[in-house]
Design a protein around this ligand. Structure first.
Ligand SMILES: [Zn+2]
Length: 288
């Protein structure tokens, strides 16, 4: 059966299932044990948060979800590095393809958003970010920031009781919103809007176009600063590749994963700590 992304017809956000078997039969989350339902080539259609990982963070609208693998099945403790395979790779694909993932919270989750009993369907989330880091156990874990989509908002008390579910969307529109700040605007001007990797400058009727790429990402849990020494001037292609970790930058500004060296500009020094953060969280994993 083909993997179906999006809401399951007839299952409203907020519906609670007594156990994993009922949840599986509904089609909301088919595996009986695995937390991630997905294939590396297709993406993940659903995840269950049930308190299995000590590194998970649940803020309601956003979740930092820890990938699977590397834990002792008996104690649940992390005993080895996680790999970017199976469900973890599936969630990474959601991010690059803009696919929604159904989120289900279980009563065992240590969170104020956990249901009192059973497993509750909490709607659609999007994978905004994916990186790796040393977890509390000292082993490498993959982390995914999930952000709730509008269609996943829980029903309010005032909603009409018999409101039909909207028809499932067959296509997902991927929208890249590049938030520009005054600081990144200044960095782009220092570089004349030429990409620091490929020296391309896109020309539009409204003038040249480039993107300000934060090296250590803004926002929780990375909390990188919106400062010139944390921003690169890149063309859209190299911005995407940088965010996805397809290349990183050494302290001497040699590119890792691409040939060449980052071009610099007078008055625009970079902070080596941010380059190092990007390498250790987004770069290729060595020796695992
Ligand atoms: Zn470029």
């Amino acid at each position: 059966m083909a993997r179906a992304f999006g809401h399951v017809p007839g299952v409203a956000v907020g519906l609670v299932f007594a156990n994993r078997k009922e949840l599986a039969q509904s089609g909301v989350h088919r595996p009986l044990v695995a937390g991630i339902s997905g294939g590396g080539k297709e993406g993940a259609d659903s995840v269950v948060l049930s308190g299995g990982y000590e590194d998970d963070q649940d803020n309601g609208d956003t979740i930092v979800y820890t990938g699977h693998g590397g834990n002792d099945p008996n104690t649940g403790r992390q005993i080895a590095d996680q790999q970017l395979t199976v469900g973890n790779l599936a969630l990474a694909r959601n991010r690059s393809e803009g696919l929604p993932v159904r989120v289900i919270r279980g009563a065992g989750l240590e969170s104020v958003y956990a249901p009192e009993t059973g497993f509750r369907y909490d709607g659609l989330y999007y994978v905004e970010d994916c990186w790796h880091e040393r977890g509390k156990s000292g082993f490498l874990v993959w982390r995914f920031r999930l952000s709730r989509g509008e269609s996943g908002l829980p029903p309010t008390q005032n909603a009409p009781p018999s409101r039909p579910m909207p028809a499932e969307r067959k296509q997902v529109l991927v929208v890249r919103i590049v938030r520009d700040t005054m600081v990144s605007r200044r960095v782009k001007e220092l570089h004349g809007f030429f990409c620091q990797v490929c020296d391309l400058r896109l020309e539009s009727v409204a003038g040249p176009y480039a993107e300000g790429a934060h090296i250590r990402p803004l926002g929780s849990p990375h909390d990188g600063p919106d400062a010139p020494d944390n921003i690169l001037c890149l063309c859209p292609n190299h911005h995407v590749l940088f965010d996805l970790g397809a290349f990183t930058i050494a302290d001497d500004l040699t590119l890792i994963g691409l040939p060449g060296r980052l071009r610099t500009a007078n008055g625009h020094p970079l902070n080596a700590l941010h380059l190092s953060y990007h390498r250790s969280h987004y770069g290729a994993v060595k020796g695992t």
